[in-house]
Design a protein around this ligand. Structure first.
Ligand code: AVJ
Length: 310
């Protein structure tokens, strides 16, 4: 199973690492929703500001041609932001099918029941799985024009080279005339960024530590989470915001019969949340085969949703 393989491989590399895509089990989903509600975690409110107050700009870009389309959302989560856009598009009588893609079946079912209630006239097809496999599936299901949403600065979880090859691949799954709307968290006062990932209430720490609990449960392991401490860094030069767990003592953890040794103060690298300058996002677009149509900012200019054309 992929999860077991990735965990054991990550913990036998130097430095040790775990993949943040595994944060989102049921508890992880709930913790991430708590993160989004924290005052320090400005990202959600900024992008919500765009989706609530710049909705007509977004829909103008999407409805540039009046052809019917599939609105595909990568990592849809609970869909709070996209709901504003969906509503606006329905009011404009746009002809589209909403296709949310997520690796969490749990969050997709939450999303589907919420949308069935709030927007009963919406046509929706949920796709559970990895982004590209599900993009392929979406292309099998229909050959309509595609508008792909990749919001919330999810691109930030990739190293810059990974982001480049991701965007390049994304481009190959799309056709001329298709559109991508991608959310980027922008470089800003470094203290504001660090505070968003280093909250006093310890929710982000719990979010990181929950992956160890998930490994304990799903892979029969014996991590003692009291013996690990969350550590967050932000480097304003590169824009890399990284989280780690530090082993507080020399210890041995058993994972599905395999022993993993930790030195005192040894790190597990957990997550990257990369911050961009607008020009860096444009460079990314150009180097992966897209043309920038526009970028839409929140009122503080802390976050941007860029529109790219294939
Ligand atoms: C969901 C990947 C956008 O990196 O900001 C929040 C996840 N990690 N707090 C981010 C996260 C710690 C979040 N993304």
């Amino acid at each position: 199973m992929q999860f077991r393989f990735d965990v054991l491989e990550g913990l036998s590399s130097t430095p040790k690492k775990l993949h943040s895509k595994y944060f989102y089990d049921k508890t992880g989903d709930a913790l991430f929703q708590q993160i989004m509600a924290m005052p320090e975690y400005y990202l959600t409110n900024c992008e919500l500001d765009i989706f609530q107050n710049k909705t007509s700009e977004l829909s103008k870009i999407i409805l540039e041609t009046d052809a019917a389309f599939d609105l595909i959302e990568l990592g849809a989560g609970d869909g709070t932001k996209s709901a504003f856009l969906l509503k606006h598009l329905l009011n404009e009588k746009a002809n589209f099918n909403y296709m949310p893609i997520d690796i969490s079946a749990n969050i997709l079912s939450v999303l589907e029941s919420k949308l069935k209630e709030d927007l009963p006239e919406l046509s929706i097809t949920c796709l559970e799985g990895e982004y590209f496999r599900m993009l392929e599936k979406a292309a099998e299901l229909s050959s309509r024009r595609k508008v792909v949403l990749f919001l919330g600065s999810n691109i930030g979880n990739m190293e810059k080279e990974e982001a480049l090859s991701f965007c390049h691949s994304l481009n190959t799954y799309l056709s001329s005339g298709d559109i991508v709307l991608m959310g980027f968290d922008l470089k800003k006062n470094p203290q504001v960024i660090l505070d968003a990932y280093n909250d006093k209430s310890g929710i982000t720490a719990a979010f990181n530590l929950n992956l160890l609990t998930r490994i304990n449960r799903e892979l029969t392991a014996d991590f003692n989470i009291e013996k690990f401490q969350h550590y967050q860094t932000y480097d304003p030069l590169s824009g890399a915001c990284r989280s780690f767990l530090i082993s507080l003592e020399k210890q041995v953890v058993t994972i599905d019969g395999q022993l993993v040794n930790f030195e005192k103060d040894e790190l597990i690298y957990m997550e990257l949340s990369q911050k961009y300058a607008v020009e860096e996002s444009e460079l990314l677009a150009n180097s992966s085969g897209f043309a920038t149509i526009d970028h839409i900012m929140d009122s503080k200019s802390w976050f941007t949703d860029v529109a790219w054309l294939v």
